[in-house]
Design a binder for this molecule. Structure first.
Ligand code: PMP
Length: 411
């Protein structure tokens, strides 16, 4: 297959099997959290000697750290293709970003959201209209159109994922943005699973808000982003109240002026500077490698999907047949096996890391199992998910397929 596009930390590290042998780890759980890029590790190592709190100190280290933190904001802006004056707020992760947006939407905002969303994008809204899983991308567009046409006046927000964390399928976000804007609504895109695989052109697609997590983008945990229109964010009270969010506080405690900028207002407290620097380093690396990444992923995806299709009793779960554009995420069930037992066997006997469960998308996984007829195959409403990225080799895919083929005959 095509050569790796970058190096990740810890690739091929040995893991113990149940019988005491050790094998190189086959990490097929990138959609949960991706390993660090070596370039990210190097950026952290470079930042550590000047590690200091941002924005307040006059000392050299604080200046260097502040510069790096604010430069990271510009890197993220470029990475997302956001417009010059878009707010880029650093959060903890996608969940935090979506909750910040839910906090900032004007009172009475109606949120239209598909039931296929990850819980991070499904649950934070006070007033939501939930749409059932659409049978086709075209139906997603027309369902959003009808829901927005029929929704009450006042501010409206359509929330949709760019790439499903369960099936890897891409959603038609350009068309959904058009639909939202035709009705005077805004669109917020959950890009947690898209940006580790494909570039996003926020301004070109006219996306009002985008959220993603650093830890799925080859950086460590604890740093994420909400980018988008500044007005609602500037008008909302601070998400967290404290230092940084306040412009001035009177001695009597009765008058506090909050920082007017969207970022300062919603980044109270000492921020996760190293996490943000790491996240920006990941953005920089990926931004130069999209073509190679796409080529490699197509290759791995074809190998995995054709292999799975050839194993009797293995059923892939897709919403739209899986033939359209998608990222390196494949969920499946094995007839006669619980997802948990499949995942434990893959780990204990083969050194393969996959995920089993409902992937924080309970309504969606239930729907996929129902329509695939796999709902009563003994899996208790759960599935297995294999997901991959930059450190994935053909051998990992082949090991998974061989292990599943053995499982399937053992049932
Ligand atoms: N949205 C999607 C599509 C995801 O896959 C995830 C992570 N599984 C999230 C949101 C939540 O991300 P985090 O846990 O980093 O907040």
């Amino acid at each position: 297959g095509p050569a790796p596009v970058a190096r990740v930390v810890g690739a091929g590290a040995p893991v113990p099997l149940d019988d005491g042998r050790h094998v190189p780890y086959a990490n097929l759980d990138y959609a949960a959290s991706a390993p660090c890029l070596e370039a990210v590790q190097e950026a952290i190592t470079r930042a550590l000697p000047y590690y200091s709190s941002v924005h307040r100190g006059a000392g050299y280290a604080s200046q260097v750290t502040t510069d790096a933190y604010e430069k990271a904001r510009e890197t993220v802006r470029g990475f997302l293709g956001a417009w010059q004056r878009a707010a880029v707020v650093f959060t903890r992760n996608t969940t935090d970003a979506m909750n910040l947006l839910a906090h900032a939407v004007p009172a009475g905002t109606t949120v239209v959201v598909f039931e296929t969303e990850h819980h991070a994008s499904l649950l934070p809204w006070r007033r939501a209209v939930r749409l059932p899983a659409p049978a086709t991308p075209a139906e997603a567009i027309s369902a959003a159109d009808r829901a927005l046409a029929g929704s009450p006046g006042g501010p409206r927000l359509l929330v949709v994922t760019a790439a499903s964390n369960v099936t890897g399928e891409l959603w038609p976000i350009r068309e959904l943005a058009d639909v939202a804007h035709r009705h005077g609504a805004r669109i917020a895109v959950d890009a947690a699973q898209l940006v580790p695989h494909r570039p996003l052109d926020m301004a070109g697609l006219c996306l009002d808000y985008v959220a993603f997590s650093g830890h799925k983008l080859y950086a460590p945990f604890g740093a994420g982003v909400l980018a988008g229109r500044a007005d609602w964010l500037r008008a909302a009270p601070p998400y967290l109240k404290g230092g940084g969010a306040s412009a001035s506080v009177s001695g009597h405690g009765d008058t506090t002026r909050w920082a007017p900028g969207a970022e300062q207002r919603h980044e109270a407290g000492t921020p996760n500077v190293l996490g943000v620097i790491a996240l920006a380093a990941a953005c920089e690396t990926l931004a130069t490698r999209w073509d190679a990444l796409a080529e490699r992923e197509e290759h791995l995806l074809a190998r995995l999907r054709s292999g799975l299709a050839a194993i009797p009793g293995v059923r892939e779960l897709t919403l739209w047949g899986g033939r359209g554009p998608r990222v390196g995420i494949v969920s499946f069930v094995v007839d006669g096996w619980s997802a948990r037992d499949v995942a434990l066997t893959l780990s204990g006997e083969h050194g393969i890391g996959v995920r089993d469960g409902k992937f924080c998308a309970h309504p969606f996984v239930r729907h996929l199992l129902d329509v695939s007829g796999a709902g009563c195959s003994g899996g208790e409403g759960t599935a297995v998910r294999a997901s991959f990225g930059i450190g994935t080799a053909d051998e990992h895919i082949d090991r998974l397929l061989a292990a599943l083929a053995r499982l399937a005959v053992a049932r």
